[in-house]
Design a binder for this molecule. Structure first.
Ligand code: GTP
Ligand code: MG
Length: 352
């Protein structure tokens, strides 16, 4: 999964990137430098499965963090066409926006609104670049698809002109699917990181309450962390980290919290494949069927899907192996429409 870390200049993007990825890139140098890191998603369940089957290789799910300085902080006044939005950011599934809540003169609500305006402007520019051509094609060909696309784009433009993010423009799934090729930023789920100061540790709840009115369930969620401290924690070894976390009263390090929140925001779940060569965690959206899940492993498995053989995580841990689960009657055969449950262990049968 790709997560783009964005926000206004000097909001602490690189600090949060370091905290999330355990890196030590320079912060506070006004460099607006971009960074990228791939991190393993910590996964206790995968570790327990690996301990049981001793595979040659254990492969964690991965998150690809991009730290990108693309926003000016001028909000509506900015020349949106000059905004430098790299393709990498367009391909991100989630945007993590960092808000300065640590400076003595911070104005987080204003900053969030400025940022949101720029997000909306960036999408508006894309539509303005495309709408004329689409409407002309629609008129010329009269093709139903083209007409529909032009209509949806027009509806989006109206929403954006009214300062509304596309995420809250009431688009149905079919419209969202059609719009996928435009990679609109304001349609992406947003995890807002309130970057609080060291002195505000312990008051995360009141920061979250302050922004409760901005949250949109499943679209825009908030988390409050102190980037500076988390960055220092992330640079420590696991043992030292535990000691400091306890001393600071932090329940979960940002490294884990940000992943957990992103998974929840996107409605992601994990399934596992477990064998002697490799034990591996896979990430998919909740509600996906077995055939689609097979496709996450390999497109051939989706195309030639025959059936899925399934053991639940708890059963595998209880009985300790696939043969033991079979003997205990805990081995199921499911068809392509079976909806994957979090923690399912699969063996996909397919033919090509
Ligand atoms: N006190 C305090 N300072 C912070 C915190 N997070 C970031 N800073 C400071 O804010 C400044 C900017 O941090 P960066 O992480 O470089 O910000 P940025 O958004 O990456 O900046 P650009 O990439 O240049 O736009 C640095 O001096 C950081 O030390 C925090 O949680 N507490
Ligand atoms: Mg930076």
């Amino acid at each position: 999964m790709k997560i783009g870390i964005i926000g206004l200049p000097q909001s602490g993007k690189t600090t949060i990137f370091n905290a999330a990825a355990g890196r030590t890139e320079a912060v506070g140098d006004y460099s607006k430098a971009s960074h990228r890191a791939i991190v393993k998603v910590p996964d206790e369940r995968l570790e327990k499965l690996a301990a049981l089957v001793s595979p040659r290789k254990t492969t964690y799910a991965e998150i690809d963090y991009l730290d990108i300085a693309a926003f000016s902080g001028k909000g509506k006044e900015s020349d949106a066409s000059a905004l430098d939005i790299p393709d990498d950011l367009r391909y991100a599934e989630t945007l993590m926006v960092v808000i300065d809540c640590f400076s003595s003169d911070c104005k987080p609500e204003r900053d969030f609104n400025l940022f949101n305006d720029e997000l909306i402007l960036a999408d508006q520019v894309i539509i303005e670049r495309n709408l004329d051509k689409r409407e002309r094609t629609a008129k010329l060909t009269g093709e139903q698809e083209a007409v529909h696309e032009a209509e949806v784009l027009r509806k989006c433009l109206t929403a954006l002109e009214n300062a509304q993010a596309l995420a809250s423009a009431g688009l149905d799934d079919e419209a969202k699917n059609m719009l996928r090729k435009y990679s609109f930023l304001s349609l992406k789920p947003l995890l807002v990181v309130l970057n609080i100061s060291e002195t505000e540790l312990g008051k995360e709840k009141s920061w979250l309450d302050r922004f409760a009115g901005y949250a949109i369930s499943g679209q825009r969620e908030f988390v409050a962390i102190c980037g500076k401290i988390e960055m220092e924690l992330a640079a420590l070894g696991p043992e030292d980290r535990k000691v400091f976390l306890a001393e600071l009263g932090i329940a979960r390090p940002a490294m884990e919290l940000l992943i957990q929140k992103s998974y929840a925001l996107l409605g992601l779940i994990s399934f596992f494949t477990v064998g002697e060569p490799e034990a591996r965690a896979w990430t998919i959206r909740a509600g996906v069927n077995a055939r689609k899940a097979a496709g996450a492993v390999h497109t051939d498995m989706e195309r030639g899907f025959i059936r899925a053989e399934v053991i639940t995580y708890d059963d595998f841990i209880t009985y300790g192996s696939t043969p033991a689960c079979k003997e205990a009657g805990k081995y199921r055969v499911e068809g392509k429409e079976y909806i994957v449950a979090d923690g399912d262990i699969f063996l996909f049968r397919f033919n090509i």
